[in-house]
Every structure is written in structure tokens, then in C-alpha cells.
Ligand binder design. Structure first.
Ligand SMILES: *Cc1c(COP(=O)(O)O)cnc(C)c1O
Length: 413
């Protein structure tokens, strides 16, 4: 009935279908996940946890939340899961609360090198409630575990934090656990290790990289990035005692009633990710990301290379553009990306020298390796040529996506 609101659903579907989405944190969920988000499960208050609710009538939401929990534990091979966080940031809020006292020190990646706002940004609660110190990437833009070990000694943190928003390479979680264990032994200390796997949760679910649940005290995540679920958060641990603290840090400490329709969608998402076809999907994401990166490199652009679903282009050194300009040029021809700071960036965050490119969303719509290469060439042509014809760019986008699937009715991969 509400045409005023509903008109925008059609317009947004059109925008998504006609555009080429390369923002690394975006993805498209299956129609089953979307249907769950719009389901009747939303019309139920269920403060508390399955079997221990503050309201009656929770028999069905209990069953669904238990399914989500059991599937999450199976998918990530751990003993405890909390599926109630409304977002990745809420998950981090609760994880810090469970592991730290106010004023405790966290050692995290320098924000300009790819950390998240909740990893100690001055505009986030994190830097107000806790003290943050940082470790930089090594000179080559990769994690340098010796620097991390040295920064541990210098800063004496209560928590080491790993997991990033714009890091294109493999992370050695095992090595970081060993650094924390050696530090704790040497100083008779109790430093914890936490991993925020928001970006790479899908790659971990597909078992194509190390599983941080084996090494971290707490693992937090979003469910809507590479994992292809509904917009939401997730907390995992292998320590059931810690699980009790996490539960009370979510409810009642920081959230009220859980979003049971979103939890239902998370259950569907975890069920999908447990299928063998999810691994095939994730393999394609990695292959496509590499193909796109390599196509740009072949033309002579300065790109990061990649082990995962994203890579970075140094648009300043490659094209003499700042990230803001490059983002706008691509947007003009229907390609959505985001500007990003790169290691050793000399420009302000409002401009940046880099562009972050991700292929997870495109792959969900059916992007092939050939398409991924064409995308790389198109990005190059658009940014390298100051007189690039916008209409030609739009036509090339339309050709690339012409066989891709409709975003409003994606069957599970
Ligand atoms: C996206 C992201 C988050 C936050 O997720 P929201 O759901 O937007 O709050 C947290 N940590 C990392 C590393 C992320 O990339």
C-alpha cells in the first residue's frame, strides 16, 4: 500500500542490477536469506537466550536460534556461538566487554593500514572505553610478526587484536597466538587474543584459509560480507566459560530483544555455507579477485596482489589521481568502489591514495574469470585516460553484466 516507500525498493533493485558492485564489504544474499528477514519471526520479543527467555511464547524462536547456534558452531568448528549481535560493531563491543576492564590496553593494527573504526578510532566507543596502541604493517605492506612481538613488549597490552577491513593477504593467526603465549609466559601475564574476521568469514567458512577459532580467545564477525548472510553480527569462542561473559555482554548489557527474523536468516546463511557448493563459490571469488588484480597489473597499474576477496590499487602512483577522484570516475560509468588509505599513504583520509576493490558481490551474481579480467581492463582504461568516454564505459559495464543474475532472486550458489 505504501507506494511512497515501496517505489524505492524497485529503484534500488534497478540500481543494483544495472551497476557493477566492487565494494569489498558488499554481497548479495540468497532469496531464502532475504525471505527470512521479512518473515513473521520478527513479530516476537525474546529477551534472553533459548530456554531462558524473559517472555512466554518463545518455542519457535528458541528452535530457530538454536539451529543458528548449532550451525555456526559446526561451520566454524568451535564450542560456543552467540548469534544475537545486531552488527559487527555490537559484536566487538561485547567481546571487549567480556575480555577487558575499562582502561585496559588493546594492541591493534594502525587504522590507516586497514583497521576498523571499532579497533580504536578516536570517533568510536572503543578508544574511549579502552586504551589503544597500534602495530604498523611491515614496509612491504604485509603483516610483520616480529614488529607485532616487539610492539607487545613495548606496550604490554591486555589484548592483541587481528582481523582487518582492507588487508589483501593471508593472516597467520597461529603465529599470533604463539606470540601471545610466549609473551604471557615471559611476563606471567594474561594477554588475550581476539580476531575480528568480518571481511574473511566466508573464506574461513569455506576452509580456504586458517580458522582463527582454533587460536583466538574470541572471534567476532559480521554475517553480511563474504559470508552472504543478512546484515548482522556473530561471536564465537572455544571457551564456554568466556561464553557466559559474552552472553551477558550482549544481553542485558548492550542489547535488548534479539532480532529473531535476522537470526533465522543467519541460520539459513550458515546452512548454505555448510554446503559443498559454498566452497566452490568462495574459490571462484578468490580466482576472480586475482584475475582482476592481475589484469590491472598487466596493464602497468600498481596493485597490491591478493590472497583473498580484495585488493588495493595505488591510484596516485598509477594514474596521478587521488582515491576520491578515482572512486568518482568509476561511479560515473556505473562501477561502485571505495577510496582507501594504503600503507604509507601521504594523503588525508578524505582523499586517500588508494582504491579498494572486492569481487565477492560480483561473483554472487555469476561473474566469470573472463568477466573479472574485463573489469580490470575497464578500470584501467577509465582511470588511465583523462578523456575516457563515459558512455563507452557504461556500455562496457552493461556488456560485462549482461549475463549476470538478478539480485532480487538469487538462488543459493
Ligand atoms: C565491517 C566490519 C565491522 C563492522 O561491521 P558493522 O556490521 O558495519 O558494524 C567490524 N570489523 C571489521 C574488520 C569490519 O570490516
Amino acid at each position: 500500500m505504501d507506494k511512497e516507500v515501496f517505489q524505492y525498493f524497485a529503484l534500488e533493485a534497478k540500481r543494483q542490477n544495472e551497476g557493477l558492485e566492487l565494494i569489498a564489504s558488499e554481497n548479495y544474499p540468497s532469496i531464502d536469506v532475504m525471505a527470512s528477514c521479512g518473515s513473521i519471526m520478527m513479530a516476537k520479543y525474546a529477551e534472553g537466550y533459548p530456554g531462558k527467555r524473559y517472555y512466554g511464547g518463545c518455542v519457535n524462536v528458541d528452535a530457530v536460534e538454536n539451529l543458528a547456534i548449532e550451525r555456526a558452531k559446526k561451520l566454524f568448528e568451535c564450542k560456543y556461538a552467540n548469534v544475537q549481535p545486531h552488527s559487527g560493531s555490537q559484536a566487538n563491543f561485547a567481546a571487549y566487554k567480556a575480555l577487558l576492564n575499562p582502561g585496559d590496553k588493546v594492541l591493534a593494527l594502525t587504522l590507516n593500514d586497514g583497521g576498523h573504526l571499532t579497533h580504536g578510532s578516536p570517533v568510536s566507543f572503543s578508544s574511549h572505553d579502552y586504551e589503544f596502541a597500534f602495530y604498523p604493517l611491515g614496509e612491504d605492506g604485509h603483516l610483520d610478526y616480529e614488529i607485532i612481538a616487539r610492539r607487545m613488549e613495548e606496550e604490554r597490552p591486555n589484548l592483541l587484536l587481528a582481523g582487518y577491513s582492507a588487508y589483501p593477504y593471508e593472516i597467520d593467526f597461529k603465529r599470533m597466538r604463539e606470540i601471545v603465549d610466549a609473551y604471557n609466559q615471559r611476563h606471567n601475564a594474561n594477554c588475550h587474543f581476539m580476531v575480528d574476521m568480518a571481511h574473511i568469514a566466508g573464506i574461513i567458512a569455506a576452509k580456504l584459509t586458517q580458522n582463527p577459532c582454533k587460536y583466538a580467545d574470541i572471534v567476532t564477525s559480521t554475517t553480511h560480507k563474504t559470508l552472504r548472510g543478512p546484515r548482522g553480527g556473530l561471536i564465537l569462542s572455544d571457551d564456554e566459560e568466556l561464553g557466559k561473559k559474552i552472553n551477558s555482554a550482549i544481553f542485558p548489557y548492550s542489547q535488548g530483544g534479539p532480532l529473531e527474523h535476522i537470526i533465522a536468516a543467519k541460520a539459513v546463511c550458515f546452512g548454505e555455507a555448510l554446503q559443498p557448493s559454498f566452497r566452490k563459490y568462495m574459490e571462484k571469488v578468490l580466482e576472480n579477485t586475482k584475475a582482476c588484480n592481475d589484469a590491472l597489473a598487466e596493464k602497468g597499474a600498481s596493485v597490491s596482489g591478493t590472497d583473498n576477496h580484495l585488493f588495493l590499487i595505488n591510484v596516485l602512483s598509477s594514474f596521478g589521481l587521488n582515491g576520491k577522484e578515482a572512486q568518482q570516475r568509476l561511479e560515473d560509468i556505473g562501477i561502485t568502489t571505495n577510496k582507501n588509505m594504503i600503507h604509507g599513504d601521504t594523503l588525508k583520509p578524505a582523499y586517500c591514495s588508494g582504491l579498494r576493490i572486492g569481487l565477492a558481490a560480483a561473483t554472487s551474481r555469476g561473474c566469470s574469470k573472463e568477466d573479472a579480467k574485463k573489469i580490470g581492463y575497464l578500470i584501467y582504461d577509465c582511470l588511465a585516460n583523462p578523456n575516457f568516454d563515459i558512455e563507452e564505459g557504461k556500455r562496457r559495464v552493461a556488456t560485462i553484466i549482461s549475463r549476470w543474475k538478478d539480485v532480487t532472486s538469487l538462488q543459493y550458489c
